[in-house]
Write a protein that binds this ligand. Structure first.
Ligand SMILES: [Fe+2]
Ligand SMILES: [Fe+2]
Length: 199
């Protein structure tokens, strides 16, 4: 595993800017820590974490062309904001360039930008690690960091709220997968809370 991590580190060092490179290493570390905390395989998490933004260097036109070639079904928001496709492109690079075949790792890379319904433990870990890695600064991140090690679902709702507020403030459309993910997890968290109250 260390060999492939070193190879990927070289790739992202070459392809991504300095800040994004550091961010990728931060997401790798936090993914590993969250995996240990929540019972996921830390090496799978590290691999997904370091790869999550490996598609970030593709231009919008290149991303669209590559996904079109494999028959990807774009939605309206992705056509409007092709930047949102870098997770899908990252999964493609992970598979084609680094020969990653683990569908769970590919899924975590693909959905880290928007989230999706039915997220696995690994999907949630990488999504949250992307949000809370040490390079993220500001008062908003402290509560997320605390909750991430206590309750992944509650943290996921907080991340989705933060993303949706940010995107709305910028006057941009919200990806439907983010809305569906938030609704699904929010309802789960709410039901769990009601169950605890009833006990
Ligand atoms: Fe990303
Ligand atoms: Fe990222």
């Amino acid at each position: 595993m260390n060999g492939i991590l070193a190879e990927i580190q070289g790739y992202i060092h070459e392809k991504l800017d300095r800040e994004r490179y550091r961010h990728s290493l931060g997401v790798m570390d936090v993914s590993r820590k969250l995996a240990i905390c929540h019972g996921e395989d830390p090496e799978r998490a590290a691999l997904a974490g370091i790869l999550h933004d490996c598609g970030k260097h593709c231009s919008d036109a290149d991303a669209i062309a590559r996904l079109q070639a494999v028959g990807y079904a774009f939605n309206l928001v992705e056509r409007f904001e092709p930047e949102l496709l870098h997770g899908q492109i990252g999964a493609m690079i992970a598979r084609e360039h680094f020969h990653v075949t683990d569908p769970g790792i590919l899924s975590a890379i693909a959905c880290h930008t928007t989230g999706k319904t039915g997220m696995s433990l690994l999907d949630k870990i990488v999504y949250i690690a992307d949000y809370i890695e040490p390079g993220r600064e500001g008062d908003w991140v402290y509560p997320l960091r605390r909750v991430a090690y206590q309750d992944l679902d509650r943290c996921l709702v907080m991340c989705a709220d933060s993303t949706m507020t940010f995107v709305m403030r910028k006057g941009k459309p919200i990806h439907p997968d983010t809305v569906h993910m938030r609704n699904e997890i929010l309802m789960t968290v709410t039901r769990q809370g009601q169950g605890q109250e009833a006990e």
